[in-house]
Design a protein around this ligand. Sequence first.
Ligand code: KG4
Ligand code: ZN
Length: 339
Amino acid sequence: MITLGVETSCDETSVSIVKNGRQVLSNIVFSSLKEHKKYGGVVPEIASRAHLETILPCLDLSLKKGRLSLKDIDLIAVTQGPGLMGSLLVGLSAAKALALGLRKPLVGVDHVIAHVYAGFLSDPHLTFPILGLAVSGGHTMILRMDSPSKVKILGRTLDDASGEAFDKVAKILGLRYPGGPEVDRLAKGQDSALFKFSRPFLSKDSLDFSFSGIKTAVFYKVEQLKKEKPLSLKVKKEICSGFQEAVCDVLAEKSVRAAKMEQVRSIVVGGGVSANSRLRYKLRRCAKAASIRAVFPDFCLCQDNAAMIAALGSALYLEGRRDTLDLSSYSDFMYHPSV
Ligand code: KG4
Ligand code: ZN
């Protein structure tokens, strides 16, 4: 079965073709990131206009790379939400037009669950049940997945998402947007003990997260240091390291704790922050000590991409899921877990 996936939830326009739910034939991603950089964050109107301009070239390129034509497509999968409303609507409209024109079935896919499901594209031996850690710019969640459609949310952030905390701390330090990769790069080889930040909620039994406190602690630390003298690059690097260590400790320890509680043997991490080198190291080490497998997506599948949408869409289709042309987008506020 050949599935065409469409993803336009934020600033990446992506069209991908996946064969039999696991084999990525093409995964084209156009990003409008450059256009947002000067504003220090994604501007929804700019993002949706960029999707309008790039969705068709993206589709053409994806078919070309996969050496296929539209008539070879069996199923259309599309991101339904959560995401920016205007951006989601571009992808949904394109996917519906394709489904209607080609007379092919349509399946709407949850973006956050798809980030976790990307692990199945990277690890052919992965099987359910899995413990998912979704860490992106907009979400941080611990999920239990027993099948593509049976998903239970065990914990979530009560304030900032983990990626958002990285971006905000980078901004406080005067680094470029998006901040996650910058903080990761600068923290390398630094002593994380020089600036120690608290590990929020780590001592609590709850699997929820809170990251806004660490961000505020970094802000006050920076303000205090700046009163003495301007921050040197070395000090910025040390702060990045201390902050990253605190966030990664919480993410790693909580997900391993959740896997133990749920008696699940595989932790699958997904979303932009899953590219973080320190998180990869810490979670792998922490999981190994508990004889649990830690699965991270390939780097190209950490960011927003349509391959994860096509993969999850085809798995849902095989379970019997069908959507109609009145499929609507949903935002964070309307977001309800499926189970
Ligand atoms: O999943 P994603 O591409 O988009 C959303 O669905 O939000 O995640 C983007 C987020 C940004 O906050 C970015 O700073 C963060 O992922 N990120 C990282 C790294 N690479 C991207 N955070 C920490 N370390 C990284 N290496
Ligand atoms: Zn995402």
